[in-house]
Ligand binder design. Structure first.
Ligand SMILES: NC(=O)c1ccc[n+]([C@@H]2O[C@H](COP(=O)([O-])OP(=O)(O)OC[C@H]3O[C@@H](n4cnc5c(N)ncnc54)[C@H](OP(=O)(O)O)[C@@H]3O)[C@@H](O)[C@H]2O)c1
Length: 295
């Protein structure tokens, strides 16, 4: 299906904002609690997406769907409440999109995997360890029963250097500026991707008419401590002597409500065979962040 115009459901969020920017005048976005100019209000729990589409007053070929209650501790604490948003309402939204002939692009996660190996492929069996991953997998499984075209894009860690948003690197920058000592897992691995690259790759993938499941993540596998060390090295080079103590820890030491998967790094061979995306390396991004915030 040709991408003519897309509704970004959750365009006020970390990823959705970038997806909307990539779409430019081919995109319209919704927000929930954080309004933005041109955005349409949408609460998946209390509203129908069809009413938002009617309000937009233009046809859409696709809907990019990053919306959700994605705080993992929140999902563990309140599986029923978050499932109402992440599964029940999500299925209703996608159902309504199918009824209108709009193709959904559902943003999923590496946390559908149990973390027992490296570089998961799209065909690997998924056994989530956490409520958040189980909710995402429930939507994927429901999509698998449908005959309409759909696209699932699974992300691993999404990063940016923005200090005022949820991205990992920007949060570490805040901690380093505050002189806060860091305990960081050296046994947790993922495939961090720069949020702007991920948004560009998802839209490009959609433009190619891709359907089914694709891993959309950075091409490098990092431990959490490895990524922090890369950033720390770049900051040290720009502003020596500023770094707080950084201690290697184990993921199991962290006081999370649920046991987290150790290795959720993703293979992106399928993605690259299709679109050959040129990703920003984590070193380039860290060097840029160090110059911006410490130069
Ligand atoms: N961030 C990561 O590292 C990461 C990793 C893997 C997968 N993912 C997946 O990628 C997607 C995007 O993540 P993100 O970091 O961009 O999330 P985010 O910043 O938390 O954005 C979530 C979006 O959902 C909207 N929203 C929340 N509750 C809603 C409701 N009840 N009805 C309608 N909209 C609602 C929010 O609106 P307001 O902000 O206006 O309230 C916001 O636009 C998610 O599906 C997430 O599971 C993210």
């Amino acid at each position: 299906m040709e991408l003519t115009r897309a509704l970004v459901i959750g365009a006020s969020g970390f990823f959705g904002r970038r997806a909307l920017a990539v779409l430019g005048d081919r995109g319209i976005g919704t927000f929930h609690g954080r309004p933005f100019p041109g955005g349409l209000a949408f609460d998946a729990l209390t509203m129908r997406i069809g009413d938002v589409i009617d309000q937009a007053g233009v046809p859409f070929s696709h809907a990019i769907i990053p919306y959700g209650a994605i705080d993992m501790e929140g999902c563990a604490r309140d599986p029923a409440g978050t499932s109402a948003v992440n599964v029940v309402a999500m299925v209703r939204v996608i159902h309504d999109l199918f009824d209108r002939g709009i193709m959904p692009v559902f943003c999923s996660t590496d946390y559908i995997f149990d973390g027992s190996k490296a570089l998961w492929r799209e065909t690997d069996p998924a056994f989530p360890k956490m409520a958040y991953g189980a909710q995402k997998l429930a939507v994927e499984a429901w999509l698998g029963t449908r005959t309409e075209p759909w696209l699932v894009t699974r992300f691993s860690k999404v990063v940016s250097g923005g200090r005022d948003e949820a991205g990992q690197l920007g949060q570490w920058v805040n901690d380093i500026i505050a002189g806060k000592p860091q305990s960081c897992a050296d046994d947790q691995y993922y495939s961090p991707g720069f949020v702007e690259d991920l948004a560009g790759a998802v839209i490009r993938l959609t433009e190619t008419g891709a359907t089914g499941i694709y891993h959309v993540a950075g091409p490098e596998r990092f431990s959490r401590l490895g990524l922090l060390s890369l950033l720390a090295g770049r900051i040290e080079a720009v502003k020596p002597g500023l770094l707080p103590p950084i201690r290697a820890a184990k993921l199991a030491e962290m006081p999370f409500l649920e046991k987290r998967p150790l290795d959720t790094s993703l293979s992106i061979t399928k993605l690259q065979d299709r679109i050959g995306w040129r990703f920003t390396t984590m070193d380039t991004l860290c060097e840029r962040i160090a110059r911006t915030h410490f130069g």
